[in-house]
Structures are given as structure tokens and as C-alpha cells.
Ligand binder design. Structure first.
Ligand code: ZN
Length: 456
């Protein structure tokens, strides 16, 4: 038995491999548990799907109240008229019903069938209009004649309906009864916030948008994954705080930033989550800084989880990095997506539905974010206590695992200036493997933790 163990050790000395490599911890969750989280995320999306979310209004509140059943989310209400830099919180939109009736009183367009049918933020109307006038207020996409496009009119007063292009051929009557039972009146903009405390100063910001009606990948995937991530992190001891924001795109981050400027310097890393539930492989858009710790952490997770992730440079297009990474803030925040917005045909249409998002993709996105957070938290500096020459590993029982756990890399670069992630990148090894190596070297007194160097 002993000889067998010695032979195994010898073999792993030679090949540098062993049967078991440390896994990325991801909260020490198994693949089965992560699959289960993916299924829960899909179920949560199903629950939130019917609500008619918008920039403001009851649909967002209903959605955040559902999240409150999972996490202790604070719901903030910011009154209409409140300035946020160059913007102002608009009147709140309330929608009760909307339809177009034909001559026999049948609903040929019906908000109750899909909330995408009404132009988001549409003004009210109650009138009989000619076919020609109605057509001027209908939005459709000839390229996808069976899908309802998603359109809104946030900053211009208008009324309208969105319909499958195929429907236009069927509108043959000279006039139609049109009713949109909506109100635009002083109210508030609603957003959700949860701050999980950490042991050390600094926090990681996770932001996701909440302003789209019945669309699954665009908004609900981010909402569901963020909520289930918050639920898991909430019950663990964190090195850094993690703040979750669930807010309407563009105006939400502007409102939060303008109300919380004193909290901004504490943000040491962050992610905008957008479209993380479709079958495409993950895509990461780097922060404006380009080489922030979060950029390196996500790249590391992509490289070492053998996922086919793609990394793109920052661009002020798409999601809320446009606000967080504006020059006045330049926060170290990237965007996690799967297929980037507007690069899948279902984007902003009724085909962004419960079939477009999968439990597998949602679970995989959850895991990537969780691993990236682990990397940021585990990225510490150590100091070699025997820096003159290599200390002997054999007498300390470390020889067999030296190559597998990168012990020589750790001993050489642990000079108090290179962090675990620095060493992991240089050695082309996963950080969680070096983390285990550092733990072993620390246990026998060869390494000591350096005074914190802020890298995370
Ligand atoms: Zn969108």
C-alpha cells in the first residue's frame, strides 16, 4: 500500500499531474447544485415573465416584490422630477389595458395576449381611427413577420401598438376602435438594492436592468441570476462587500450614482449582467480601463473553466457600462453577456421568450460570475519566508505535489508584490490550484500572507 502510494507520488512528480486537481470553489457547490440553480433561475424567469415592466411603474414593483421573497431587497422610490446629472426622473407610466377592436367588437390587437403589443410608455388614446391612421401607429418587423417587436417611446409623447407584420394584411376594415388605457403622471422610478457586507473595505457591484416587459434573455436572465447569486452570497462570510442593483437601464444607474457618489470610491470591481440566459457561449466586454482586476478575473475564469468565452474591448454601446464607465466615474466594471445584444434575431422581439433561455446557460452564467468573485476575493499576496534559494520540499512532504500545485512558482514570486492572480497568469495555472498550493506552503511556514495589496 505504502509502495503504491510512493509510486503514485513518484509518477506525479514526473508528470506534474495527479488524480485530483482543486476545483474552482464557486461557493464549494457541485455541478448538480449549479444545475439546480440554473433550473431555479428559469423558474424565476417564468414567474416574472408576465409583468409589464417599463422605465417606471407597477410592473417593476411587482417584479422586485417577487425578488423580496428570495432576498432582503430594499425597494427605493425616486420621485418624478428628481434630477440625475443631465437627466430627470419622468412621470410614472401606468397601463391597465390596451386593444384595437374590429367592426364586430373583436380584439384584433390585445394587450392581455402580450404586453409587448403596446408601445412602451405609450400615451392614452380612446378613439375611432381610420385604417390609414391606425397603420401609422403600428410597429412591425417584415424580416420576422410572426414576431412582435419590442418598442418604447420613453422621451417622446406618442401612442402605438407593436404587432406581427403578418397581421397588417388582415386589417382590411375602413376604421377601428382604438383604446390604450394608460396614464403618465407624477409618481416615481423604482429600483432594488441589496448590500452584502464584507470583512475588508471595498465592494463588488453587480448591476442588472429591470425595465423590459415580457422579454426573457434581455432583462429577466440578469435579474434571476443576480437574485440567486445574492441569495447564496448572503449566507457566506465575504472578504469584500457585494452590492446588487436591480434598476431600469440608463436612468437607473444615473439615479443611483447621483444619489450615492460617496459610495462610488469603494467600488473596486463590478459587472453589468445583460442577456446571460441564451444558448450562445459567454461574452465579456472589458471595462473602459481594459485591465482592471475584474477584466483579469473574468478572463481567468474563461480560460481555466474551458468554456468557449469571447472577450471584447470596451465600447460605449449597449448596456449600463455606458454610465458606470463614463469618464466622470470610470469604474472598473465589465459587462457579462452570452450572445451580445442585437446579434441574435430574437433580440427585442416576442421570440425572446421562455424557450430562448435555458437552465444550462443560466447555471453556467451564475457559476462564471461566482468564480470571478472568488478570484477577486482570493487574490492575495504572500511572502516567501525562505527566499534565499529554494527551500527543500521533500522533508516537508510537499515534493509530490510541487508541480501540480505550482509550488515553485509560488515560492519564486511570493515577494509581497506579486499576487496569486499575477502568479497564476504567469504560470498559466488556475488561481484555485495555486490557492491550494499557497495554503499548503503557509501551513508549513514557507509562506506568510503579505500586508494587503489592493488588487481585487
Ligand atoms: Zn434591451
Amino acid at each position: 500500500m505504502q509502495r503504491h502510494a510512493a509510486a503514485m507520488a513518484e509518477r506525479s512528480e514526473m508528470t506534474g499531474r495527479a488524480d485530483e486537481a482543486p476545483e474552482p470553489c464557486a461557493g464549494s457547490l457541485s455541478d448538480d447544485q449549479i444545475s439546480d440553480i440554473g433550473r431555479q433561475a428559469h423558474a424565476l424567469i417564468e414567474q416574472l415573465y408576465p409583468f409589464c415592466r417599463s422605465l417606471t411603474g407597477e410592473g417593476v414593483r411587482q417584479s422586485l416584490r417577487v425578488l423580496q421573497q428570495i432576498i432582503p431587497l430594499t425597494i427605493h422610490e425616486v420621485p418624478s422630477g428628481t434630477p440625475a446629472y443631465d437627466w430627470v426622473v419622468p412621470d410614472e407610466w401606468t397601463i391597465e389595458d390596451a386593444y384595437v377592436l374590429d367592426g364586430r367588437g373583436r380584439r384584433v390587437i390585445d394587450f392581455r395576449a402580450s404586453n409587448l403589443h403596446v408601445l412602451g410608455n405609450s400615451s392614452p388614446i380612446d378613439a375611432r381611427v381610420s385604417r390609414e391612421e391606425l397603420l401609422e401607429h403600428l410597429f412591425s418587423d417584415p424580416a420576422h413577420p410572426d414576431w412582435i417587436p419590442y418598442r418604447h417611446t420613453y422621451y417622446q409623447e406618442a401612442w402605438g401598438f407593436c404587432v406581427p407584420h403578418r397581421l397588417l394584411d388582415q386589417l382590411n376594415e375602413p376604421s377601428y376602435r382604438v383604446r390604450i388605457d394608460s396614464r403618465l403622471e407624477p409618481g416615481s422610478l423604482t429600483y432594488g438594492e441589496l448590500a452584502i457586507p464584507g470583512c475588508e473595505p471595498g465592494e463588488i457591484l453587480i448591476s442588472t436592468h429591470t425595465c423590459h416587459p415580457s422579454l426573457c434573455n434581455d432583462n429577466l436572465s440578469g435579474i434571476a441570476v443576480a437574485a440567486l447569486l445574492a441569495r447564496e452570497l448572503e449566507h457566506t462570510v465575504r472578504r469584500f462587500g457585494v452590492r446588487f442593483l436591480f434598476l431600469p437601464a440608463t436612468l437607473g444607474p444615473l439615479v443611483w450614482l447621483s444619489r450615492n457618489e460617496r459610495k462610488v470610491p469603494a467600488i473596486r470591481s463590478g459587472l453589468v449582467l445583460a442577456g446571460i440566459g441564451d444558448r450562445g457561449s459567454p461574452t465579456y466586454m472589458r471595462s473602459r480601463r481594459g485591465n482592471a482586476p475584474i477584466d483579469r478575473a473574468v478572463r481567468h475564469a474563461f480560460e481555466h473553466l474551458s468554456r468557449s468565452g469571447t472577450i471584447r474591448d470596451f465600447a460605449p454601446a449597449g448596456y449600463d457600462q455606458r454610465q458606470y464607465c463614463s469618464p466622470g466615474f470610470d469604474l472598473p466594471m465589465g459587462v457579462l453577456m452570452r450572445t451580445p445584444s442585437a446579434e441574435y434575431p430574437e433580440y427585442h422581439t416576442s421570440a425572446d421568450n421562455l424557450e430562448l433561455v435555458t437552465a444550462e446557460a443560466l447555471g453556467d452564467s451564475w457559476r462564471l460570475i461566482r468564480v470571478a468573485i472568488d478570484i477577486l476575493e482570493q487574490d492575495r499576496c504572500f511572502v516567501n519566508q525562505f527566499p534565499k534559494g529554494e527551500p527543500r520540499l521533500g522533508p516537508r512532504g510537499l515534493f509530490a505535489d510541487a508541480a501540480r500545485l505550482g509550488l515553485l512558482w509560488l515560492l519564486n514570486f511570493s515577494d509581497g508584490r506579486h499576487s496569486l492572480l499575477d502568479i497564476a497568469e504567469r504560470a498559466a495555472m488556475p488561481l484555485w490550484v495555486l490557492q491550494e498550493g499557497a495554503r499548503r506552503l503557509k501551513a508549513c511556514g514557507l509562506l506568510k500572507e503579505a500586508n494587503e495589496r489592493a488588487t481585487g
